[in-house]
Design a protein around this ligand. Structure first.
Ligand code: HEM
Ligand code: HEM
Length: 194
């Protein structure tokens, strides 16, 4: 193998430019679930505020809690994977402010996607509203409705920040794909290399 090919092979082995299949599986499954559960959260609370307590509202609450707990489980796995395997080095086309901003958005999402669902579970424990499609979950605190209300306010605020960060994240993807025209999206695209 010519020297330059050997160097490239070595570099691509140790500094992959695309996210690994496992990192992409975590990214896309969590992205899809978060994009489903945020609108469900807003729709169900809106129905609750309008006093529509029918089977649909109850099913929306159950679905929201269930999806939220699946997100929490996947996020714990994702944290462990991210800390043990790292991520590909930033794309070489990124300016330093773009690197800083994207890392801030990514790590804020990592943090909030743990805090928001943990808050949800704490909220339903304090309320208490622990059933999901008729199955009762264990409570983790002594019930207190006032504390539950405060926690749900923080839960809603955290979820709104998550929605804003996703908007910023998607704006970044659009900017890189259509204005800067670099290959950022390919780094995370399902089925990308390796
Ligand atoms: C990443 C995961 C989650 C996201 C993004 C999320 C997002 C939301 C959103 C947007 C709302 C509506 C807020 C409002 O308009 O007041 C909401 C409400 C709610 N969420 Fe979550 N949630 C998540 C996880 C969970 C989990 C794991 C649970 C419980 C197991 C949960 C339980 C609730 C409950 C009970 C409400 C209604 C609160 C109220 O009536 O004020 N959520 N969530
Ligand atoms: C649906 C459209 C989405 C697209 C097209 C997209 C695209 C991407 C791309 C291209 C990257 C790699 C950036 C880089 O080169 O470093 C990335 C990373 C990331 N995305 Fe998304 N994303 C989407 C949705 C989401 C959502 C909904 C979330 C959060 C719930 C999210 C959270 C993240 C995080 C945390 C990273 C950093 C991964 C790491 O470094 O470990 N993305 N995304």
């Amino acid at each position: 193998m010519p020297r330059s090919d050997a160097a490239t092979a070595k570099q691509s082995r140790f500094e992959p430019l695309v996210y690994s299949p496992a990192a992409r599986a975590f990214h896309w499954s969590i992205a899809a679930l978060v994009l489903i559960t945020i609108p469900i959260g807003f729709i169900m609370t809106d129905r609750g505020e309008r006093n529509i307590w029918d089977a649909t509202t109850n099913n929306l609450y159950s679905a929201h809690k269930l999806i939220g707990l699946v997100i929490l489980t996947l996020m714990i796995g994702r944290w462990i994977y991210r800390l043990s395997h790292g991520a590909p080095a930033s794309a070489p086309t990124l300016l330093s402010w773009q690197k800083g901003l994207s890392h801030a958005v990514h790590w804020s999402l990592y943090l909030l996607l743990i805090l928001v669902p943990v808050g949800g579970y704490l909220g339903i424990s304090y309320y208490p509203a622990l059933d999901i499609f008729g199955v009762k979950l264990p409570g983790i605190v002594t019930p207190n409705e006032d504390t539950a209300k405060l926690i749900f306010k923080l839960h809603a605020a955290g979820a709104t920040v998550v929605a804003g960060l996703i908007g910023l994240h998607l704006a970044g993807v659009v900017f890189h794909s259509f204005i800067q025209k670099d290959a950022i999206l390919a780094r995370m695209w399902p089925g990308a290399g390796r």
